[in-house]
Unconditional design. Structure first.
Length: 95
């Protein structure tokens, strides 16, 4: 029996904050990839492109932190892991 390749997923998807807030995150096996999000419109998404106004940056001294991004449909709070050095460096360039 021939196995079918996984369904094609775009490298990233553009979503509004409201869509992300209403999305479902089905359970994946720990070793499986990609981790998917299912939007209210039924789109399967593994990565998102976030665009909006950066309204808050919180950087605790222990690393990590979070940012708030707002668009006309809502607000996203995105958490940054302490091991995401590239993200932390980019955020530190903002005043």
């Amino acid at each position: 029996m021939t196995r079918m390749p996984p369904a094609f997923l775009p490298p990233h998807s553009r979503l509004f904050a409201h869509e992300i807030g209403e999305a479902r995150f089905p359970m994946n096996d720990p070793g499986s990839a990609p981790h998917l999000m299912i939007t209210p419109t039924g789109a399967r998404v593994s990565r998102i492109y976030v665009c909006g106004a950066l309204t808050e940056i919180h950087r605790p001294s222990a690393g990590g932190g979070y940012v708030r991004v707002a668009d006309p449909t809502g607000v996203l709070v995105l958490f940054i892991r302490s091991r995401d050095r590239e993200v932390q460096q980019t955020l530190s360039s903002f005043s």
